[in-house]
Design a protein. Structure first.
Length: 419
DNA sequence: TAACCTTTGAAGCTC
DNA sequence: GAGCTTCAAAGGTTA
């Protein structure tokens, strides 16, 4: 059971955020392991999913079996014989895997695709957040930590794509200003919370130390990394081999405005214009003018996005590594791998991301006290409810994008095994 | 052009 | 309170 101590005794009401669910999540994980074991003799309907899901399992297991000290594989003795939890993943994975191109499946089959990716710290984002010193202020901030040490084949700054919130603070090395602006990010968090100042506060001085871009040059995705060794069906980029991997714009420069009067206000990654694009200046909701027409006001009203949960933070950090390692580009396939690796993480490792997510939520709550998740309800248009209902009955992903069987829940095997 | 796919988790909604 | 629903990221795919 992970101890999700907030560190430093917490700051009050927000500190208990998410803790119960986190504990439940760990419990569920164990249950999933049990379910998996119980279902090991299940019918042929699982065969395909088992086969395809095992493509990743095998690779991860191979890493562990080969003695590769991969943090992505359980090393704490729990779930013996169960390299990872499968549980509810079966259906959705089967659904998508059936559509996987051959090359994609080959990529999943590649043992290297899922191994050797944790030779570096899994928690670079977390560490960066937890260790990045505030540029100035109270003096209560943690001591400066050395930047992530780069290793051979690692980008100069060793910063994978992180949660934008943390990318603000992810590197002490300034880089040239980007020429491009990300459209999905680039919002600001106007406030600085005292208890999290060590993570988020920035001053004009610190801004000068922030990287403007995050890039990792080698190894390039193309041509194929020999370690992944599967046929490449994706079009190669125009960049010359060996050229730096596409640069990632630092969100702090996406938009110029921020909190009025703040010398170096940072666009908050959780806020985007309601259009979903960045042609609008991000601004705090409080900055809206009363004179604007209602419709126009709504059109310009930025959408404050939900804080990222633990898995989302994990995905953001690890996605680049999976892409680089496996030369996969389809997010759906990557997410499958990441989902499995998430389950393969030790509880301690997961706990770090839960803690990070908890701080995300805490900060989000402090910055936007009036915000509610319902604010974004209905913002995403669905093509048709009928289609989703049909897909649910037809075995495809249901309307909420998760597990139809979970809702239908006939579960022919569970009652027998449970009883 | 925008939803879909795919993952897990958080939170809102409905009964 | 249980179960359902939506959204958060990402980028190729598809309608």
């Amino acid at each position: 059971m992970p101890q999700l101590d907030s560190g430093g005794g917490g700051t009050g009401a927000g500190d208990d955020l998410g803790a119960p669910d986190e504990l439940l999540a760990f419990q569920d994980e164990g249950e999933e392991q049990d379910d998996k074991n119980r279902d090991s003799a299940a019918g042929p309907e699982r065969d395909l999913a088992e086969l395809k899901s095992s493509l990743v399992n095998e690779s991860e297991g191979a890493a562990a079996g080969a003695g590769v000290p991969s943090p992505g594989v359980r090393v704490h003795g729990e779930a013996e014989g169960a390299p990872e939890a499968l549980g509810r993943e079966h259906t959705s994975q089967r659904l998508f895997s059936d559509k996987l191109p051959e090359s994609l499946e080959d990529g999943l089959k590649a043992p290297e695709c899922a191994s050797g990716m944790y030779k570096e710290t899994v928690y670079s984002a977390f560490n960066l957040l937890m260790h990045y010193p505030p540029a100035s202020g109270t003096g209560q901030h943690p001591q400066p930590q050395p930047p992530l040490h780069n290793k051979p084949g690692q980008p100069p700054h060793g910063v994978p794509q992180l949660s934008p919130l943390y990318e603000h603070f992810s590197s002490p090395h300034p880089t040239p200003a980007p020429a491009d602006i990300s459209q999905k990010q680039g919002v600001h968090r106007p406030l600085q919370t005292p208890d999290l100042s060590g993570f988020y506060s920035l001053t004009s001085g610190s801004m000068g130390q922030l990287p403007h871009t995050v890039s990792w040059p080698s190894p390039p995705l193309y041509p194929l990394s020999p370690s992944c060794g599967y046929r490449q069906h994706f079009p190669a980029p125009t960049a010359a081999p060996g050229a730096p991997y596409p640069r990632f714009t630092h969100p702090s420069l996406m938009l110029g405005s921020g909190v009025p009067g703040h010398p170096a206000a940072i666009p908050h990654p959780a806020i985007v214009p309601s259009s979903g694009k960045q042609e609008l200046q991000p601004y705090d909701r409080n900055l809206k003018t009363q004179a604007e027409p209602k419709a126009e006001k709504e059109a310009k009203k930025p959408i404050i996005k939900k804080p990222l949960n633990a898995f989302m933070l994990y995905m953001k950090e690890m996605r680049a590594k999976v892409i680089a390692e496996c030369t996969l580009k389809e997010s759906a396939a990557i997410n499958q791998i990441l989902g499995r690796r998430w389950h393969a993480l030790s509880r301690e490792e997961q706990a770090k991301y839960y803690e990070l997510a908890r701080k995300e939520r805490q900060l989000h709550m402090q910055l936007y006290p009036g915000w509610s998740a319902r604010d974004n309800y209905g913002k995403k248009k669905r093509r048709s409810r009928e289609k989703h209902q049909e897909s649910t009955t037809g075995g495809k992903r249901n309307a909420f994008g998760t597990y139809p069987e979970k809702a239908a829940a006939p579960a022919p095997f569970l009652p027998m095994t449970v009883l």
